[in-house]
Design a protein around this ligand. Structure first.
Ligand SMILES: N[C@@H](CCC(=O)N[C@@H](CS)C(=O)NCC(=O)O)C(=O)O
Length: 223
């Protein structure tokens, strides 16, 4: 097994995607956190897109979280994808949809005024309604946890924190989505993919952005 180094940032959902696979597959690795607001020169030389995660494996440099996740899944025993090719492709499609949902969530927490904010919230709710139709339950594909569930865990983690700020009703009252969320967020690899103080760090990050959502975050969160 080659040596792995994962270049990371604590709050990044894409880093969590790589971490979930590393943890599910019991792969040992070294983690290096960087400050994205002040990227080190060595990182900019290494990372063609200037984004985390980056996985270094010997002389090879992998970027893009899904590429990293697929590679780690392939070189380790078992798979976090279903074996049937069409089911696997469906899972990959809904992983991409999760990435688009993360982009919609970003739109929600950076929205500068109430109109943009409400539109962004509705865009996230629409994404949830859409994925809900695909979930077999309790996990995405039924009884088994797959990579697609782990990736949606990185989406649910944001919602969990936003729900502590205000009841934005992202799940639109859906018990099916709640059950899916509960199963995914109880998974050890998903729990371990974020730091224990993630919620406070995310709230501080949002507060600092001075967006519409920042107003909902209480003053006592250290910025
Ligand atoms: N499509 C990329 C997205 C990664 C990404 O957006 N990473 C963010 C942190 S969560 C980043 O490094 N941003 C730094 C920048 O854009 O300057 C992936 O899946 O790895």
């Amino acid at each position: 097994m080659p040596d792995y180094k994962l270049i990371s940032f604590a709050l990044c959902p894409y880093v969590q995607r790589a971490l979930i696979v590393l943890k599910e597959k019991n792969v040992s690795f070294e983690r290096v956190d960087i400050d994205l607001a002040n990227k080190p020169d060595w990182f900019l030389k290494l990372s063609p897109l200037g984004k985390v995660p980056v996985l270094q494996s010997g002389d090879n440099v992998l970027f893009e979280s899904q590429v990293i996740a697929e590679y780690l899944d392939e070189v380790t025993d078992g798979s976090l994808h279903p074996s049937d090719p069409i089911e696997k492709a469906v899972h990959r499609a809904w992983i991409e949809f999760a990435s688009q949902t993360l982009a919609a969530i970003w739109g929600f927490y950076v929205a500068g005024n109430e109109e943009e904010f409400l539109n962004a919230r509705d865009a996230v709710v629409e994404k949830f309604k859409r994925v809900e139709e695909q979930v077999k339950g309790p996990f995405f594909g039924g009884d088994e946890f797959h990579l697609v569930d782990g990736v949606w865990g990185t989406v649910f983690r944001y919602i969990d924190v936003f729900e502590t700020i205000y009841d934005f009703d992202f799940y639109n009252g859906s018990q099916k989505l709640r059950t899916w969320r509960d199963g995914v967020m109880a998974r050890q690899s998903v729990i371990e993919a974020a730091p224990a103080d993630y919620a406070d760090r995310l709230k501080a990050f949002v507060k600092k952005r001075d967006s519409h959502l920042s107003q909902y975050v209480s003053e006592d969160i250290a910025a």
